[in-house]
Design a protein. Structure first.
Lengths: 122, 772
């Protein structure tokens, strides 16, 4: 299984990579939405994209919309965010996100969401 | 500290640096939404990531800031002065917590949290200006905060009414978020321990620990030493010679690469200045535009650290004493907004950093009066000094031009500290000032510290290294002149160097001095006098260290060499006259002499410097009519001595040609070589004989003159054309012969393309040059 981590924080990318690789998930990274799309085009296929909301150049919501518009429908998208607004969660779910994860999160919270997506076992 | 925490610290510090830059930009463009989103993102990222590591203080502060920034970004609030000042306070608080974490791994004392809650309250009030009136009264807050609030109610309340109408977006009370953070902290701790570290080097750049780079530099230094030894050991075997040449080249390349790896653009230091300038202009009531140029110029990291303070001091001086207040500038017919320029560029193996302002310049009269008042110089001496020399007085310890002691630059730290700091790293400071037009301070910094050019001298059978930077000239005294050349004044040896009395220090006597015991002065093993000097060759290295000029007497001179500076063991360091150690090309160990410390130890005072300035001036006048008498193709010619930089003896093969023009690659610069006498053609016929080139200064450039022989230095008398009472141009009377003066100005400049190529290659060339 392969995952794409899109976050402008190196710390978060490192942290997520650590949690995912221990589950045997291979990871690629991008620091903004635009770079994320490039990764999708050039280093795919991916089973999962973990996408931050607030990023420079192209934010997570725009990336999600572009992904879906470009026909990457089989890549599960988990929005990773600190924004507590319901508005954001609804907007991203409307735009085609499959799950969301609130920062800060631990292994347990991440695993739970992966199970919901059918990408991990309990 | 684990890698993840370190990653967090680096990322957060970068974020705050970016935030600082953006905040100062924001003052100029308060409505720029890109800037606002950038600032928001910096704080947002810190808040988002700090939760993973459970740093509660950070999270609370970042959260408060994020709310305020959110309101700014969404246009609910405008970026007024108090808001920006508040955000800068927040920035400083976040920075200080990060540095506490960096040093201790923990966030610091809980009593600090009182300050935190004040800052959080400030953020809240800035976001909801209406509340300020109520809460400011019941919380005991520092004066600065209250001041910010009062201004806020004037400016931003009317600038942003929407914020008043939105009480719903208030942030949760701090107690709630603190509880949440505590929970998160517990959870993330559990996550931390169960997870192995993976690296994420998916980018084309790599972070390298500075200690590793330092170690690499040391190892390369070792390699350079081994290379030097191998080159000296290379015998007649052609195969071995080939191999050692190859080793030489690879070592040179490797050394350059490692040096490059330690380079950082000066922007990392320059980027601090928008903030400093902003704060100071507010404090001092100035209007200043800061211009940064050449930010991409690279410099060794340790040197960058070392110039930070001198630069800050120079900038403060410019703002405090240089650029006038706006009213005064208008009265003077200047733009009310002053310009402060920081410029960095490379020039022949050095990086030049200039701090220039368009302020009032330095008043030479004030400098003179102040120097006399502080008894740094006597009035009669001052009367003899030129404006340029008077200007140099500001570098003397104990000098400060501040009319009133301000809390900006008048803290007893003067330009002497700037000079000392810059000279400590082998640099030089120059100052130019034009009254009413402005001042330029120029720092000349070497590209690297670890490897320096040095002259190897011999004393008591040992080798010592003298840094070339402080060496101004060498004087040889043959045995028969010893007793007449060295004069004694109350037991102190002096040498008369072109009319100037130079204090002498005998290195052998200093080395055999007993160490001071219990604070008592050192006792010389034998009383010095003229008779005790052995009748043999003596060499005087004339040194200028930290403004102290003296001659160091040594037994012998060896070659100049590029030495690798090694730190000293504590035992040797405590002796106090060495700055390091090195291994020479012949395998010998050599201690590196610290000329400044030697001068202080021997009691060479700075007062001699003023004497020197006076004598130097006379000297300079005298120089104008002194000439270097040269001979070329049986004709004699005179070169003004004041313009002569060096006399080089080189193999004729070193001369290259651009088109028909002969040129010399001299210390990385291309010199046009003047050869009107046809010396080069003669020399080419005898390639084994060295060619003599007189290197001269001509305006801003340097030129070389090919000569057959250097005959003498002689004082020339002006000749007057009969009946005209005008000095005859171009000729002088030297040793009773009418002699033509070489017209340096007539030497044609090189085609521009060649000059550009030379400056582009200059650092690499001078480096090869010194190795050769």
């Amino acid at each position: 299984m392969r995952a794409l981590i899109v976050d402008d924080s190196r710390f978060v990318r490192d942290y997520l990579r650590g949690l995912l690789e221990i589950k045997g998930i291979e990871c690629e990274e991008a620091a903004d939405g635009n770079a994320g799309l490039t990764q999708l085009h050039e280093h795919g296929p991916f089973d999962l994209a973990l996408v931050d909301w607030n990023m420079p150049i192209m934010d997570g919501l725009a990336m999600l919309r572009n992904m879906r518009a470009e026909g990457y429908s089989n890549v599960k998208v988990m929005m990773v965010t600190t924004e507590a607004e319901d508005d954001f969660i609804t907007r991203s779910l409307d735009a085609g996100a499959d799950e969301y994860l609130m920062k800060p999160f631990d292994n347990e919270a991440l695993t739970e969401k992966l199970v919901m997506l059918g990408l991990a076992e309990v | 500290m684990d890698d993840l925490t370190r990653e967090f610290l680096i990322e957060s510090q970068e974020g705050l640096d970016r935030m600082e830059r953006c905040l100062t930009d924001l003052e100029e463009r308060p409505g720029d939404t890109n800037l606002l989103s950038d600032i928001f993102r910096s704080v947002h990222t810190i808040k988002g990531t700090t939760g993973f590591l459970g740093f509660k203080r950070l999270e609370k502060l970042a959260h408060a800031g994020e709310n305020l920034l959110g309101a700014l970004r969404d246009g609910k609030l405008s970026a007024s002065q108090p808001v920006i000042t508040g955000l800068l306070q927040l920035l400083d608080a976040l920075r200080s917590i990060l540095s506490i974490i960096e040093s201790s791994g923990l966030e610091g004392e809980t009593d600090e949290e009182v300050n935190d809650s004040e800052l959080i309250a400030l953020m809240h009030e800035l976001q909801h200006p209406g509340d300020a009136l109520h809460s400011a009264t019941n919380v005991n807050r520092p004066a600065l905060v209250i001041e910010a609030n009062t201004t806020l109610t004037h400016t931003s309340a009317k600038a942003s009414p929407p914020a008043l109408q939105e009480p719903d977006t208030a942030p949760p009370p701090p107690s709630q978020s603190a509880a949440a953070a505590e929970n998160d902290a517990l959870k993330s701790e559990a996550a931390e321990t169960s997870r192995p570290r993976q690296s994420a080097a998916s980018e084309s750049t790599l972070r390298v620990d500075i200690t590793l780079l330092n170690r690499m530099m040391n190892l390369v230094g070792e390699l350079v030493l081994t290379r030097n030894q191998i080159l000296q050991a290379t015998g007649a075997d052609p195969a071995f010679t080939m191999l050692s040449r190859r080793l030489d080249m690879v070592t040179a390349d490797l050394r350059e690469s490692v040096m490059k790896a330690r380079m950082q653009p000066v922007s990392s230091v320059f980027s601090k200045f928008p903030r400093i300038v902003r704060d100071l202009t507010q404090l001092l009531n100035r209007r200043v535009k800061l211009v940064l140029e050449g930010q991409e110029t690279e410099l060794d990291k340790s040197l960058l650290e070392a110039i930070k303070d001198p630069l800050t001091h120079a900038v403060r001086n410019s703002l405090d004493h240089g650029i006038e207040p706006p009213e005064k500038r208008i009265a003077l017919g200047k733009d009310p907004e002053g310009t402060l320029k920081l410029r960095a560029y490379q020039e022949s193996g050095h990086v030049i950093i200039e701090v220039s302002d368009d302020g009032g310049g330095i008043s030479v009269e004030k400098v003179r009066d102040k120097a006399i008042e502080r008894s740094l110089i006597t009035a009669e001496r001052a009367a003899h000094l030129s404006e340029r020399e008077l200007l140099q007085l500001i570098f003397l310890p104990g000098f400060s031009t501040a009319a009133a002691i301000t809390n900006v630059s008048g803290r007893g730290v003067g330009m002497d500290v700037v000079r000392t700091n810059v000279e400590k790293i082998g640099g030089k400071v120059e100052i130019d000032s034009r009254p009413g037009k402005g001042t330029t301070l120029r720092l000349r910094i070497p590209l690297t510290l670890a490897i320096i050019p040095a002259l190897i001298v011999r004393c008591l059978g040992q080798s010592f290294a003298l840094p070339q930077g402080v060496l101004s000239e060498l004087v040889h005294i043959p045995p028969e002149r010893i007793s007449s050349a060295i004069e004694w004044m109350e037991g102190a040896p002096l040498y008369r160097l072109r009319g100037q009395l130079l204090p002498l220090i005998f290195l052998d006597r200093m080395l055999s001095e007993r160490k001071p015991v219990n604070g008592h002065a050192a006792i010389a093993t034998h009383t010095p006098d003229a008779a005790s000097l052995p009748q043999r060759d003596h060499f005087i290295a004339v040194l200028d260290a930290d403004g102290r000029m003296y001659g160091l007497v040594v037994d012998g001179l060896a070659d100049p060499e590029e030495i690798v500076v090694k730190p000293l063991s504590t035992v040797l360091k405590s002796i106090g006259i060495y700055s390091g150690a090195t291994v020479l090309g012949n395998g010998d160990l050599a201690l590196i002499l610290d000329p400044g410390a030697i001068a202080i130890r021997a009691g060479v005072s700075l007062s001699t410097v003023q004497e020197d300035i006076e004598i130097l001036e006379e000297e300079e006048d005298a120089m104008k009519s002194r000439f270097l008498l040269v001979e070329a193709a049986q004709r004699r010619a005179a070169v003004p001595l004041g313009e002569v930089l060096r006399i080089e003896r080189i193999p004729v093969s070193r001369i290259e040609y651009i088109g028909y023009r002969p040129v010399l690659n001299f210390e990385g610069q291309l010199l046009p070589v003047e050869d009107s006498a046809g010396v080069l053609a003669t020399a080419a016929a005898n390639p084994d004989l060295p060619l003599t080139i007189v290197v001269c200064r001509e305006g801003n450039r340097q030129v070389g003159i090919a000569v057959g022989n250097v005959l003498d230095v002689a004082a020339g008398n002006d000749l007057v054309e009969a009946g005209t009472h005008r000095a005859a141009a171009g000729v002088t009377l030297l040793n009773d012969h009418v002699t033509g003066i070489v017209d340096l100005g007539a030497i044609e400049p090189l085609p521009l393309a060649a000059q550009a190529a030379s400056s582009w290659q200059s650092s690499a060339n001078s480096y090869e040059e010194t190795l050769a």
